[in-house]
Design a protein around this ligand. Structure first.
Ligand SMILES: [Zn+2]
Length: 394
């Protein structure tokens, strides 16, 4: 067999289809500038989010039925036939496996696996197989929640419950992971599509109400030992409710947010039954009245936008504190202590040393990007949340 020339067209083909040896129309994406056909499915179009470009009809695998043309086969074929002839990919099964020709030129075939190749670069850092079993409840899918959810998807986390009643609006775009095509959609739906576009094998449930109104059955169904509850909302009341849930079901809790004017970011985690909880922090640190309450988190709610006299943090500020939170989350998810041994439960991250921005509170930092390692949170003996740890499991 003569070796293929360097500029031979390339076909990316799913390893998962090799055992089935399917025949029929091929769907995916063709990139003429690189002569690469990315095959996603054979027989029926793949399930693609409706706001994403639909998969093209690429050609045919196996003997093509008499008289069939692109225009007659499957969704998208007609439009494609009108605009341009589209790629003409012809595949056939042979004794050695699979052969493809694109416009009669032999192709190089590269097999890919959605479960192995997508996460292959995580190997040795995160346990890929175990991450697929991990579960995360994302309470609030705004700037922080959307970023964390997509980081978790890239880390291979396999199960998501997204909770948020809000729709994506134009003023969200400068800080959110979703974009113009998603404006007007529920944030949970838009984010679900993005997660599935990174990890099509993920299971993503959505709830379009505030966490306080979720029925108990939803938590009973989703929360298993080790499930992470991520509180990424813009108010402490919702965070407190999420903390209560994490205590009831005895699962790890993580809260991430920015302080006013984004001069600092805060990351708090707890392991119910072992450590102080968010309610302990809230009561002991005087968030419910007193100086620190002024540092309520403020990023992006429509209702509060008029009260805000200044710009909350830009996307970069939110991302920096969120990514520190993501590192904490991986330790909580897989039980390792890559960063937890070096941090306390409550970490503040410094964004600005300007007193005009942060007031006298900036005195606690000596340089930008500093991370505190000394703020201890005491367990409160009377904490109503700590008293109910594991109660939902009884
Ligand atoms: Zn507590």
């Amino acid at each position: 067999m003569t070796p293929l020339p360097k500029d031979a067209p390339r076909v990316l083909f799913p390893q998962e289809l090799m055992a089935q040896r399917p025949e029929g129309p091929l769907y995916g994406y063709f990139h003429p500038e690189t002569r690469t056909a990315n095959v996603l499915s054979c027989g029926a179009p793949p399930n693609r989010p409706k706001t994403f470009a639909p998969a093209q009809l690429l050609g045919w695998l196996g003997p093509r039925p008499e008289g069939s043309t692109c225009a007659q086969t499957g969704e998208g074929g007609e439009e494609q036939a009108q605009d341009s002839p589209g790629p003409n990919l012809e595949g056939r099964w042979s004794e050695d496996g699979l052969q493809f020709k694109l416009d009669h030129r032999p192709c190089r075939i590269e097999f890919y696996s959605l479960t192995q190749d997508v996460f292959s670069r995580n190997t040795g850092i995160l346990e890929v197989a175990r991450m697929l079993d991990k579960r995360v409840l994302v309470m609030a899918c705004g700037s922080v929640g959307s970023l964390l959810a997509l980081e978790f998807a890239r880390a291979g986390v396999g199960n998501f419950l997204l909770v948020d009643p809000d729709t994506l609006e134009y003023h969200n775009l400068c800080r959110h992971q979703c974009s113009v095509t998603d404006v007007g959609r529920f944030k949970v739906d838009a984010l679900k599509d993005r997660i599935l576009d990174i990890n099509p094998a993920a299971s993503v449930q959505t709830q379009k109400i505030v966490i306080q109104r979720l029925p108990k059955e939803v938590f009973d169904d989703f929360l298993r030992p080790g499930t992470l509850v991520l509180a990424s909302g813009d108010n402490r009341e919702a965070d407190l409710y999420a903390n209560r849930i994490s205590c009831l079901y005895k699962v790890p809790f993580l809260s991430i947010g920015l302080w006013e004017r984004a001069f600092a970011g805060e990351i708090f985690y707890s392991l119910p039954g072992e450590t102080a909880c968010y309610k302990c922090l809230y009561d002991n640190m005087g968030f419910n009245g007193g100086r620190v309450s002024e540092n309520r988190r403020i990023y992006t709610t429509k209702e509060h936008l008029e009260d805000v006299r200044f710009e909350p943090g830009i996307s970069t500020d939110l991302s920096l504190v969120s990514l520190i939170g993501a590192k904490v989350a991986y330790d909580l998810l897989d039980g390792t202590r890559r960063v937890l041994d070096h941090l306390t439960q409550y970490t503040l991250w410094c964004n600005s040393l300007d007193p005009e921005v942060g007031g006298e509170m900036v005195e606690i930092f000596t340089y930008p990007f500093q991370v505190t390692r000394s703020i201890e949170v005491a367990k409160n003996d009377d904490c109503p949340h700590c008293k109910i740890v594991g109660a939902a499991l009884e």
